[in-house]
Design a protein around this ligand. Structure first.
Ligand code: PGA
Length: 249
């Protein structure tokens, strides 16, 4: 059985006061009956604050990006070792905003995936097609190419991460993939992995991301191959994030 993972991606939002209020709101509703893992990916500068606010709560913290390098003259960058040292268990790699605004290639994303693992941090590999690619019928070609960059490092490495399928056209747009559309891609991803290593495929957590909210979470999460969510906008409101956690159970 795959343990569900509900992950919040705060992106570049929040300040000390709003983050404290958000964490207080999430902590107030913590329910021991919830089996799913809960993760918040905060702006790097606030990770120590989030770590201290979530101490002993079981909530995991994660970065949103890391350098492919381990240390050195890379002004402005943050290493996997630094994330680990700050208490991060996870880090997002290859979010579509990183790929499109910062030109991150799938090869670079794969290097970052490996750099995270080298430091004991679990990478969450984000993949997904643009609207144009979906309309051209190339969704799976794009997603496979993004995954294959990591798979080429070996199934042993791939198996230590998490995948998040996030159709770019659904991110921050309010347009969610239908549960059937999402399931179709999740299933195809798992089949693609199983051609390489069946047990890795069966154990891989594949999250859905893109306008997940309290009203669509339950249906999306009820799909056989959807093992959780990567939530942007709705993770900034404790009430909404809590409702999604509850829907995951
Ligand atoms: P959204 O963002 O939930 O606001 O669509 C998801 C993401 O970018 O991870």
């Amino acid at each position: 059985m795959r343990t569900r993972l509900i992950a919040g991606n705060w992106k570049m939002n929040g300040d000390r006061a709003s983050i404290k209020a958000l964490i207080d709101g999430i902590m107030a509703e913590r329910d021991n009956a919830i089996q799913s893992d809960v993760l918040v990916c905060a702006p790097a500068i606030y990770l120590p604050l989030v770590k201290s606010l979530t101490e002993n709560s079981g909530i995991h913290i994660g970065g949103q990006n890391l350098s492919q390098h381990s240390s050195g003259a890379y002004t402005g960058e943050i290493s996997g070792g630094m994330l680990k040292d700050t208490g991060c268990g996870f880090v997002l790699v290859g979010h579509s905003e990183r790929r499109s605004f910062y030109g991150e290639s799938s090869e670079l994303v794969a290097e970052k995936f490996k750099a995270a693992l080298d430091n004991g941090v679990t990478p969450v590999l984000c993949v997904g097609e643009t609207l144009e690619e979906r309309e051209n019928g190339t969704t799976m070609d794009v997603v496979k190419q993004q995954i294959d960059a990591v798979l080429s490092l070996g199934s042993e490495i791939m198996s230590k991460g998490v995948i998040a399928y996030e159709p770019v056209w659904a991110i921050g747009t309010g347009k969610t993939a239908s549960p059937e559309q999402a399931q179709e891609v999740h299933q195809a991803i798992r089949q693609h992995l199983s051609a390489v290593d069946n047990s890795m495929a069966e154990n891989m957590r594949i999250l859905y991301g893109g306008s997940m909210n309290p009203s669509n979470a339950e249906q999306l999460l009820s799909q056989a191959d959807i093992d959780g969510g990567l939530i942007g906008g709705a993770s900034l409101k404790a009430e909404q994030f809590n409702a999604i956690i509850k829907a995951a159970g």
